[in-house]
Design a protein around this ligand. Structure first.
Ligand code: MG
Length: 380
């Protein structure tokens, strides 16, 4: 198995990727994180031969890592792209946020396997990543549970045989609530996700269903399917991770315990499988249910479809506006329902224009953040 580079090493995906690499006995060549935290220092200690990158260190952090890691340490955003371009590796990109796009492109341009958990790479930079995939020998294996599931359902299948793909959504903590109920929900309620333990932004994105909207856009780029052929079904048990319906009426359903180590491991072992760390699946007392999403109570899902269909700059604007709106909600500056309002106004203000390079995406991102920030005042 190829050695791995793990970016976003201190985050939820990064830590689980480290435990999977350890379980598989795969060499960890480099780890990277945004900040020079104690957590990263502990990882540097556990993997004494790995290079260690800190993308945005404080002066104190830089001195500390230089003292303790010596020549192993690198600093600045270029450290992430340098590690991503190490020859012959699998790059697990668990970077949270927009900074992950440059690392994805660097990995693909170096002909590496990219185990992708960074949403922004495909949501904001889908066209750029698709171009990088086409021009080189790089390979993309999705790590998000839904896309890993769809990817595995598609093995041995032809896109022309697909009627549609269905992304299951847990529905988040507010499933079943009406738009009126959602007027008064709190940050703590929104952060209490029923099945997955994740970072704060993705947890709020799950509560609004924007996360599922992002996944629809990612699925479009990953599999080359039109938006009319990508559906969402609310499935609160989070046991089914992806469904492909074929033109003959057959469905392939990928299921398993909600454990991110399973898709992370698959990204490292594909096309082979290895014994994993997850316990055997138990069928006892498992009922699986599906229902249609409520697009009135959860308008973010519809906004994501609109932005995806519009293409060009719209998904990058959607992503940037969402990040600003979610941050404002977490800080208590706007209510839950205003998240969608801020995003809708921002995407509509920006219009739609083509994006072909990483710089184009960066420019859209910057502009959308400014416009979204301007909408926060009137949104409370
Ligand atoms: Mg997911």
């Amino acid at each position: 198995m190829r050695p791995v580079v793990i970016l976003g090493a201190t985050g939820s995906i990064g830590r689980q990727a480290l435990s999977v690499a350890d379980h598989l006995g795969v060499e960890v060549l480099a780890v990277g994180a945004r900040r020079g935290s104690d957590g990263l220092l502990a990882i540097a200690g556990e993997f004494p031969d790995a290079r260690v990158g800190v993308a945005a260190p404080t002066r104190v952090e830089q001195e500390r890592f230089t003292d303790l890691c010596g020549a192993r340490a690198s600093f600045g955003p270029d450290a992430m792209t340098e590690f991503a371009a190490f020859p012959g590796v699998t790059v697990v990109n668990g970077i949270v946020g927009f900074a992950g796009l440059a690392a994805s492109i660097a990995a693909l341009d170096a002909g590496n396997r990219l185990g992708l958990a960074n949403k922004e790479s495909l949501v904001a930079g889908g066209d750029v990543v698709s171009t990088a995939l086409r021009r080189g020998t790089g390979e993309l294996i999705p790590i998000d549970s839904e896309h890993s599931a769809l990817f595995q359902c598609m093995l041995g299948e032809d896109l022309a045989s697909v009627r549609r793909m269905v992304l299951p959504a847990s529905g988040g903590p507010f499933r079943g609530m009406t738009a009126a109920d959602l007027e008064s929900v709190t940050v703590d309620q929104a952060l209490a996700h029923p099945t997955w333990r994740m970072g704060p932004r993705i947890t709020i994105d799950s509560a609004t269903l924007m996360n599922k909207g992002f996944e629809v856009i990612e699925a479009h780029h990953l599999f080359g399917l039109g938006y009319d052929a990508i559906d969402v079904a609310v499935h609160p048990q989070s046991i089914v991770h992806g469904i492909v319906e074929f033109i003959d009426g057959s469905l392939k359903v990928h299921m398993g315990e909600p454990d991110m180590r399973i898709p992370i491991q698959y990204a490292l072992t594909h096309p082979e499988r290895a014994a994993g760390v997850a316990a055997p699946f138990s069928f006892a007392d498992k009922a699986l249910t599906f229902e249609a999403p409520d697009l009135v109570a959860f308008p973010c899902l519809g906004l994501a479809y609109q932005a995806g269909r519009a293409g060009g700059s719209a998904p990058a604007a959607l992503n940037a506006a969402d990040e600003i709106a979610v941050r404002a909600f977490l800080d208590g500056r706007i209510g839950f329902r205003s998240i969608a309002a801020v995003i809708e106004r921002t995407v509509s203000d920006l219009g739609v224009y083509p994006v072909t390079t990483t710089d184009d995406v960066v420019a859209v991102d910057r502009e959308a953040r400014a416009v979204a920030s301007g909408h926060l005042g009137g949104a409370c």
